[in-house]
Design a binder for this molecule. Sequence first.
Ligand SMILES: Nc1ncnc2c1ncn2[C@@H]1O[C@H](COP(=O)(O)OP(=O)(O)OP(=O)(O)O)[C@@H](O)[C@H]1O
Ligand SMILES: [Mg+2]
Length: 229
Amino acid sequence: MIRLIDVYKEYDNGTKALKGVNLRIDDGEFVFLVGPSGSGKSTVIKLITAEIALTEGRLMVNGYNLNNITPRQVPYMRRTLGIIFQDFRLIEKKTVYENLSFAMRAVGASNREVRRRIPYVLKLVGLEQKADRYPGQLSGGEQQRVAIARALVNNPSMIIADEPTGNLDPQRSLEIMMLLERINELGTTVLVVTHEKNLVNRFDKRVVAIENGRIMSDGTGGYYNGEKI
Ligand SMILES: Nc1ncnc2c1ncn2[C@@H]1O[C@H](COP(=O)(O)OP(=O)(O)OP(=O)(O)O)[C@@H](O)[C@H]1O
Ligand SMILES: [Mg+2]
């Protein structure tokens, strides 16, 4: 579960990016976080992943209190999260399989766990035939599916994606959202940041809208400020 209570974030240069954000995401939910450029979406994500620290307020992530988390605990907190970026961030010199095994080794998985888990996640994202390819030999949509597989290999309780379809065409974007929906149906909480209103409209999900550092609306069914966006 994620909980932000009266969260403020002011960057070093004085920019007030968040101005009293309250947000609760329960286990098993699928949530779209939407809003204009500069409204504070990535700031919310970076606070949750402990990439940056909050200025004021309280923040809980999957049982960890980020107000007093120690540097040693941060990697354990992050293991509860699978993080997906707009630009995929795969290791170009490693194959698909190696990208995934590397992520598992980094948290101490055994050979046996690696051999069992990777075929399962590759099948889930529909890339079981492409384990030996290098990222440069895959389409953008395929690379993003590898990134999703990598986010899933260590069995996080929550997937967080910041503009995962920003570099993809509409058809590929739809496929990625449908994949995230399926992952959610299998039990993983999903938080997706997106600009793409058309995409949000195609799914009947909770939509949290942020504007100018404040939550402006929060509702189900692809509604935004009381209107279908
Ligand atoms: N490292 C930083 N230092 C100073 N200001 C920052 C920093 N990162 C973001 N900001 C500012 O904080 C505000 C919120 O930025 P944020 O990146 O959260 O927006 P966003 O909603 O993710 O926008 P986009 O849709 O363009 O990705 C903006 O005014 C931005 O300029
Ligand atoms: Mg952003």
